[in-house]
Design a protein around this ligand. Structure first.
Ligand code: SAM
Ligand code: SF4
Length: 335
């Protein structure tokens, strides 16, 4: 396992496999989409496979495929199959909006994918169309069913919480009651606004700090008669739990998690590097510092890819120091 200059063990690589998407979430992408990167600027499937092999030899053992929307990337199932088989890779997961899961979940499971997180910010059909600017919520519900049906485990639902959206958080949290669904509330991050993703008018004031969110939910849950959320010890966290703080309603099959990149940031536990669809390696989500992997991959220079991974690792900052607002959009970084 590789260590960075701050003593953190870095074994997790998040790879964005495309900058394209079949949705246009308000907080992630402009309505007209972005100027898509030309195909030849995006890493090919073979280049990603080679990058994973080199990264695995450097001690990266966990891979998450993200995007844009990873399921719109041609060849994604083959990529999963090959990443899963790479020596040294122990876990392969994906983050998706879920729209294409009904058609693809079975193939992905067969290819060896272990976990699929689905992003869904509301249970209200109209609000869903407002947030995503297109798309039907029923398709995501069908995606969640497919995720459960093929046996991905655990099944997590990631919901970005935005104060001015006034989402129905209790109904959301209660999804964790009857079925083994793990609902995770994510603080809204004002990322990418500097290149005009916005138009949302949302600012940091729209980020609801986790502690406030837990109190809000507990008040609603107690009034509803189901009682407060009970904290789960980190030591009892199943695999792939990541930086969330977890709770559970008494008697529930699933859990409710809270991920805070801002109010209680987890920089000291950060264990990851990110690769953009264009093959740029980012030591920190909130920093625009990037290292070019694509040139070395295209030159067939594995030693230089290895060297770039090492340089990025050493340059990983101790914390984002509350700097937010990146040049790239979230859809380009991969969340
Ligand atoms: N398309 C896939 C999806 O939506 O799951 C994968 C890519 S998306 C960029 C990855 C995650 O980033 C999603 O859960 C999304 O909600 C989250 N995300 C995007 N923009 C965000 C923002 N400004 N603040 C917090 N989370 C954000
Ligand atoms: Fe697409 Fe995911 Fe961004 Fe929504 S959050 S626009 S689904 S990449």
């Amino acid at each position: 396992m590789s260590k960075d200059n701050h003593g953190r063990e870095i074994d997790y690589l998040r790879i964005s496999v495309t900058d394209r998407c079949n949705l246009r979430c308000l907080y992630c992408m402009p309505e007209d989409g972005v100027t898509w990167k030309p195909h030849d600027s995006i890493l090919t499937i073979e280049e990603i496979e080679r990058l994973v092999r080199i990264a695995a030899a450097e001690g990266f053992s966990r891979i998450r495929l993200t995007g844009g929307e990873p399921l719109v990337r041609l060849g994604i199932v083959d990529l999963v199959r090959s990443v899963v088989k790479t020596a040294g890779i122990e876990s392969v997961a994906m983050t998706t909006n879920g729209l294409l899961l009904p058609q693809m979940a079975e193939q992905l499971k067969q290819a060896g994918l272990q976990r699929v997180n689905i992003s869904l910010d509301t249970l209200d059909p109209e609000q869903f169309t407002y947030i995503t600017r297109r798309g039907k919520i029923e398709d995501v519900f069908a995606g969640i069913e497919a995720d459960l049906a093929v046996g991905f485990n655990p099944v997590k639902i990631n919901a970005v919480v935005v104060r001015s959206l006034n989402q129905d958080l209790l109904t959301f949290a209660k999804l964790s009651f009857d079925r083994p669904l793990h609902v995770r509330f994510i603080e809204y991050m004002p990322v990418g606004d500097s290149c005009g993703s916005g138009g949302t008018g949302w600012t940091e004031a729209d980020t609801i700090p986790n502690d406030e969110l837990v109190s809000m939910l507990n008040a609603l849950a107690i009034a509803d008669g189901i009682g407060p959320l009970l904290p789960i010890a980190k030591t009892k966290s199943p695999q792939g739990w990541g930086p969330a703080q977890y709770y559970q309603f008494d008697g529930a099959k699933g859990t409710v998690g809270f991920i805070s990149a801002l109010s209680r940031h987890f920089c000291s536990e950060c264990n990851r590097l990110r690769v953009t669809a264009e093959g740029q390696l980012r030591p920190c989500l909130f920093s625009d510092l990037e290292y070019d992997l694509r040139t070395a991959l295209r030159a067939g220079d594995d030693a230089s890819v290895q060297e770039t991974l090492r340089r990025a690792l050493k340059a990983k900052p101790d914390s984002h120091h509350h700097r937010v607002g990146t040049e790239r959009l979230m859809s380009q970084i991969g969340g």
